[in-house]
Design a protein around this ligand. Structure first.
Ligand code: GAR
Length: 197
């Protein structure tokens, strides 16, 4: 049974789907910590309501010292004896030292079909490019932003009238299917990619 920490910055809808999935009896992982960099992250209360331990490492007192912030996050993860880390809407750039410490054990969900559209504003960029298809990816985290081996993807058609908001909403539905499926497979020791249509 792998011990999972979920790192969030906001509302935590992906976090909730992971927490619900891990409550299922045959899931090879369980949540031991939800950590936010923002004390106002809505996901914190939702996790606490499910009885999951929560922690906050507010990034603001650290200013530009990303290494010190990452070290504080790392200390929380080590103290909780975490095996796997799931980034779920965690909007901080991590240092190479931190990612190296969790290499092969840290997953992220990103709202694009990687390697397309790393970074922010992915839905708007896909629409502006005239793409027919968009989607989301779960990948292993490496030092480079939104890089690392892809563990799963789900595709979403872009409709003629789509705005970044309408497209984001449909992609999010697929994120909620994809992330628990990938975590389940990954936690069981299988790293073959999952492709959802
Ligand atoms: C999700 O769409 C996730 O893919 C995205 O933030 C949203 C978080 O929503 N992540 C990134 O953009 C990471 N660069 P949630 O808090 O409801 O899960």
């Amino acid at each position: 049974m792998r011990r999972v920490a979920i790192l969030i910055s906001g509302g935590g809808s992906n976090m909730m789907t992971l927490l619900r999935a891990m409550e299922e009896g045959d899931f090879p992982a369980r949540a031991v910590l939800v950590l936010a960099n923002n004390p106002d992250a809505g996901g914190l209360e939702k996790a606490a309501a499910l009885g999951i331990p929560t922690a906050v490492v507010d990034h603001r007192p650290f200013g530009k010292d990303r290494a010190a912030f990452d070290a504080a996050v790392d200390a929380e993860l080590r103290a909780a004896d975490v095996d796997l880390v799931c980034l779920a809407g965690f909007m901080r750039i991590l240092t190479p030292e931190f990612t190296a410490g969790w290499e092969g054990r840290m997953l992220n969900i990103h709202p694009s079909l990687l390697p397309l559209y790393k970074g922010l504003h992915t839905h708007q960029r896909a629409i502006e490019a005239g793409d027919a298809v968009h989607g989301c990816s779960v990948h292993l985290v490496t030092a480079a932003l939104d890089d690392g081996p892809v563990l799963g993807q789900a595709r979403v058609a872009i409709l003629p009238d789509d705005t970044p908001e309408t497209l984001a909403a449909r992609v999010l539905v697929q994120e909620h299917r994809l992330y628990p499926a990938v975590l389940k497979r990954f936690a069981s020791g299988d790293q073959t990619a999952i492709i959802l249509e």
